[in-house]
Design a protein around this ligand. Structure first.
Ligand code: ZN
Length: 138
């Protein structure tokens, strides 16, 4: 594994399960055990009914581009070689939105509604990042 010099996510008690899932190459999202509402990012309380009863469910990993941005300036020295690169907000089939890097796609080819699927990048021993690429199911 090549040395990874970019900033890494900070694992919190609320997000630990999510990152453990990523290490297993599973995209997990939280579901309220009382009202069934799915939510992402991970947090302790359901935004719909204020319940603290939470379970984790495996998402399909499929979704559509809801929005995106393209970085033309590196905001950290480790990104000098990457610009321009795209960060997408994906609306998963399950209905929640997740922000991640886009891979295997030129920024100019992105469009709203583009079908995408998750891929997992094992960047360190501890951290695996979910990323999205154009769907290969078509
Ligand atoms: Zn709820």
């Amino acid at each position: 594994m090549a040395q990874y010099n970019k900033p890494l996510p900070v694992i919190t008690p609320e997000s630990r399960e999510f990152w453990e899932g990523c290490k297993r190459h599973e995209l997990l999202i939280q579901r309220c055990k009382d009202c069934g509402t799915l939510r992402h990012y991970p947090r302790v309380m359901c935004p719909e009914c204020n319940s603290w009863n939470t379970e984790w469910v495996k998402a399909s990993g499929r979704g559509k581009v809801y929005s995106w941005m393209v970085a033309f300036q590196p905001f950290h020295p480790a990104f000098f070689g990457d610009v321009p690169y795209a960060v997408v907000m994906v609306e998963l089939e399950e209905g929640v939105r997740l922000t991640a890097n886009m891979v295997d796609c030129k920024p100019d080819d992105l469009y709203i509604g583009m079908p995408v699927e998750v891929v997992f990048d094992d960047v360190t021993e501890e951290i695996t990042l979910p990323k999205f690429r154009p769907s290969r199911e078509h």
